[in-house]
Design a protein around this ligand. Structure first.
Ligand code: MN
Length: 202
């Protein structure tokens, strides 16, 4: 079965005013759709066909540009949509809240470090919150469509929260004001979902 573009779990305009409807339409319908189609083309007829995306990325030959870029793009955006919600925001509670307090002193400490990671990524890429075996969380960023599951990329561990800082993710609404977009993102984080991913991955 080829990979399929996952449906958005909310309407295009659901994340407004933080992320505008037109950006969501293009980002999901064009960009993510493009990565999905190109990933399928890149693995068709190869030994990667039929494998899970986690398996493909974890064992990736980093010199395979088509699978690296499009497999990363497919995975990263699928995660991105799932960890946002119109009912999002607030701060994490439970086990993840404790892990965040332990790693960054407080939720504000987390916000500051995550914002810096997203803000200082030069050019296109992502900021991540990853969980290591045992439950320790770590922040890092990766260029382009690279992902911490890939060998030797980012902080390793399992990504449970990702923020797309490609200009296509914010330019229509924020132009060059990436820090405003990053700060708005915290209002739509679906911490229930991130908590679920934390529990499943630690
Ligand atoms: Mn994107």
């Amino acid at each position: 079965m080829p990979f399929e573009l996952p449906s958005l779990p909310y309407a295009h305009d659901a994340l407004e005013p933080h992320i505008d409807a037109r950006t969501m339409e293009i980002h999901h319908g064009k960009h993510h759709n493009g990565y999905t189609t190109k990933l399928n083309a890149a693995i068709a007829g190869t030994e990667l066909e039929g494998k899970s995306i986690d398996t493909i990325l974890t064992n990736l030959d980093m010199s395979n540009g088509a699978v690296r870029n499009n497999g990363g793009g497919f995975y990263n955006h699928s995660l991105f949509w799932s960890i946002m919600s119109p009912d999002g925001g607030g701060s994490p509670s439970g086990e993840l809240g404790n892990a965040i307090d332990e790693a960054f002193d407080s939720y504000d400490g987390f916000k500051e470090k995550f914002s810096a990671s997203a803000g200082t990524r030069f050019g296109s890429g992502w900021a991540w919150l990853c969980v290591h075996k045992g439950g320790k969380v770590e922040i890092c960023s990766t260029p382009n469509q690279d992902n911490p599951l890939m060998p030797g990329v980012g902080c390793g561990g399992y990504p449970i929260l990702g923020l797309d800082v490609w200009e296509h993710a914010y330019y229509l609404n924020y132009q060059n004001r990436r820090p405003d977009y990053v700060s708005a993102f915290f209002n739509v984080i679906n911490w229930d979902k991130v908590n679920e991913l934390y529990a499943a991955s630690k």
